[in-house]
Write a protein that binds this ligand. Structure first.
Ligand SMILES: Nc1ncnc2c1ncn2[C@@H]1O[C@H](COP(=O)(O)OP(=O)(O)OP(=O)(O)O)[C@@H](O)[C@H]1O
Ligand SMILES: [Mg+2]
Length: 253
């Protein structure tokens, strides 16, 4: 298990919790239809919330709305009662299915993420080394990030998202297209972050991964949060026919 019990960033604002994250009547619609919502959802203090649901259910749109990449067409997202601002932006991060890396070295990707969060000098250097180590990227540190393999890129994307020790990390299918060993490596990074107090909100299609890592589950169908439950309860006693079908691997319409 990686030890992430390192000091949080230093701003005074950092003392104020940004959770709970609350969606109120949150919706996203285009001329072609309503894709998400209205959703009421509170994401509390700790652990791993896994978002499950069939293709097209609105999981990625919901994550983008919560993260602030998409503006809701109605309803609100608040962070401990506050609207998204620069401080909150820097205290949450997102990892995508196709890893996004900057066109510079692996180490420089981490340095960039730390600089914009106020790290300088020895503290910055120490953080870069620590996270190259956690992500098993020491050997690759000086290579351009763009030449990394898919699994290495995703480890870098997760490390870059976690190195500033965010309060919240959103992940949209971070294990898709990765082999078993890469998935285990990423899950270990995520468990370390969770144990150090980072709230994780994870979209996955991998039910085994969900069973391994979820503390609670949001189950989406057709833009709605159809079910919300502690993970054990969701998997053992799903309340809706759609959730039951989904867990059993049958198709949900
Ligand atoms: N800007 C947009 N214009 C039109 N349709 C959109 C737009 N954004 C999202 N959608 C639609 O919203 C629906 C939900 O998409 P979303 O990507 O959130 O699904 P998902 O649950 O993440 O599915 P998957 O499991 O396949 O990733 C889809 O039908 C998608 O086509
Ligand atoms: Mg998606």
């Amino acid at each position: 298990m990686v030890d992430l019990a390192l000091p949080r960033s230093m701003t005074a604002d950092h003392q104020v919790p940004i959770l709970p994250l609350m969606a109120s009547q949150l919706s996203y619609a285009t001329a072609a239809g309503t894709w998400v919502g209205p959703i009421d959802l509170t994401i509390g203090q700790a652990g791993v919330t896994v978002v499950l649901g069939p293709n097209g259910a609105g999981k990625s749109v919901l994550l983008r709305l919560l993260h602030g990449l998409l503006e809701p067409t109605s309803g609100t997202v608040t962070w401990n009662g506050r609207r998204l601002d620069r401080d909150i932006r820097l205290r949450q991060a997102m990892v995508f299915q196709s890893p996004v890396v900057l066109r510079r070295s692996v180490a420089a990707n981490l340095r960039y993420a730390l600089r914009i969060r106020g790290y300088r000098g020895a503290a910055l250097h120490e953080r870069v080394e620590t996270w190259l180590n956690h992500a098993d990227l020491i050997e690759q540190a000086r290579r351009p990030a763009t030449v990394l393999s898919g699994g290495e890129k995703q480890r870098l994307a997760v490390a870059r998202a976690l190195c500033g020790r965010p309060d919240v990390l959103f992940l949209d299918e971070p294990g898709a297209n990765l082999d078993g060993a890469s998935i285990v490596a990423i899950e270990n990074l995520l468990r370390g972050a969770r144990d150090a107090g980072t709230k994780l909100v994870l979209v996955t299609h991998d039910l085994n991964q969900a069973r391994r890592i979820a503390d609670d589950v949001v189950f989406m169908v057709a833009g709605q949060a159809r079910e919300r439950a502690p993970a054990a309860q969701f998997f053992e006693q799903p309340q809706t026919p759609e959730a039951k079908a989904f867990i059993e691997g049958r198709i949900v319409l």
